[in-house]
Design a protein around this ligand. Structure first.
Ligand code: ATP
Length: 232
């Protein structure tokens, strides 16, 4: 991993991989600024790949908190396929985070309503800290390598670039992450798990087993709520 030495708002974006020391030698941490990672997604359903990258980010970046941010309205996916209701996806993400130190399900985008834009979430977290007179968090937005080519389609992406460090996680079948232009970014040498929500959905809907692909608490939630035609 190439970690970041100072938070993006302290200097202009370069578009190059930058240094990021883990928490103990991190200047932001010394100033009491919490390091918060945001792994946003549709989580339809959450799978072991999400859990593995959340844990890897927490550990390798020395994060105080890693938020699994459940998209209310995943505007890039919703027109293409049927998306499971947000409250069901949130319940599954709560189950996925069960027992994981420093990893939390976040319903901030569900509570805000409307289309889910990461820049709004980032600004909301910063505003919440100001309102509570807490130090501004250092924010890390985690994306799989498959999302890197879409970054410029993100809402107000240039404003987002100025406020966060992008963390790119390699993903099987996705091109190796090239330096996304204009971002402070780091590449995480995380786990490479060949699993996707689409694959899990397809297996579940076909009544096939998903052993090893979905954490057991998530599977229990799926059964309880009869999602993906399970138990019907
Ligand atoms: P779908 O198959 O429905 O498109 P998905 O498996 O990509 O879903 P999302 O909830 O859309 O899951 O993903 C949220 C984030 O997690 C995205 O940044 C995505 O790139 C990343 N991600 C998901 N699965 C993996 C994986 N196996 N390895 C690395 N990153 C992943």
């Amino acid at each position: 991993m190439s970690p970041t030495s100072s938070p993006p708002e302290d200097r202009p974006a370069t578009g190059e991989a930058v240094d990021a020391a883990p928490a103990p030698s991190n200047p932001g941490a010394a100033l009491g600024r919490p390091r918060i990672g945001l792994l946003g997604g549709t989580f339809d359903p959450p799978h072991v790949g999400h859990v593995a990258i959340a844990q890897a980010c927490r550990d390798e970046l020395g994060l105080d908190r890693l938020l699994l941010v459940v998209a209310n309205d995943p505007w890039q996916k919703a027109p293409v396929r049927r998306v499971t209701p947000a409250e069901d996806r949130y319940a599954m993400v709560v189950a996925a985070a069960e027992g994981l130190r420093g990893v939390e399900a976040s319903r901030v985008e569900i509570d805000r309503g409307g289309p889910s834009y990461t820049v709004d979430t980032v600004e909301q977290l910063a505003a919440d800290a100001r309102r509570l007179h807490q130090p501004a968090p250092q924010l890390f937005v985690v994306v799989g390598a498959d999302l890197v080519p879409t970054l410029e389609t993100w809402h107000r992406y240039r404003e987002l670039q100025r406020q966060v460090t992008l963390v790119v996680v390699p993903r099987p079948h996705a091109p190796a992450p090239a330096g996304p232009e204009g971002w402070h970014w780091v590449e995480l040498e995380g786990p490479r798990l060949d699993v996707s929500s689409s694959e899990v959905r397809a297996l579940l809907e076909a009544g096939k087993p998903v052993d090893g692909l979905v954490p057991e608490p998530v599977m229990r939630c799926i059964r309880r709520r009869h999602l993906y035609a399970v138990g019907r």
